[in-house]
Design a protein around this ligand. Sequence first.
Ligand code: SF4
Length: 236
Amino acid sequence: MTAVQEERTTEDLKALAEQAGRELENATAPEILRWAADTFGRRFCVTSSMEDAVVAHLASRALPGVDVVFLDTGYHFPETIGTRDAVEAVMDVNLITLTPRQTVAEQDAEYGPRLHDRDPDLCCALRKVRPLEEGLKNYVAWATGLRRDESPTRADTPVVGWDEKRQKVKISPIARWSQEDVAAYVAEHGVLTNPLLMDGYASVGCAPCTRRVLEGEDARAGRWSGLSKTECGLHG
Ligand code: SF4
């Protein structure tokens, strides 16, 4: 299969994504990423929250030097920034750090301090959703580490689907994996993980909006704890 042409229409891409979603439903993660690399070439990127580098590792095997996009909200734990730096240093990827238009101080000056406590949806829109939308403009397809078992809101995640909001092909190569599958891949390949995962955090986001999870809670229960918010808007 040849790399997708610039002149492919949005409708073509949408149809391609939906067909691939059906055909690759039972494919392995390496097979899905092989398809993505062959189909989109350098117009394909991986986004990573730096919770772990599993999808970046898988993608770098399919497409050495693949673009790995990290959103630096200005609110990350030092461990997350350290994981980003380690991934850049040791893996065969092109690490791209996206930043919001405003620093945290500039945002505080315009909206008041701790916007994340008062209006987390706006804070996520300013610090995550907008920067990602701008950062993805150069790509036709993006890959994520979404998994169906992470939470009920992710139970229907297709391995390849259509991102209506951004008009791009969205690939979730480990959608069918369990937490045990992730742990096994990490152990087998010595993949970098965020040290916070060993410290009671099952899902790692911005520091003000993330807590450790309790016994029996699902992996994302520590995100925006106490609020009805469960997603940052990147995947909605
Ligand atoms: Fe702001 Fe919290 Fe969203 Fe990070 S997760 S962008 S701190 S509301």
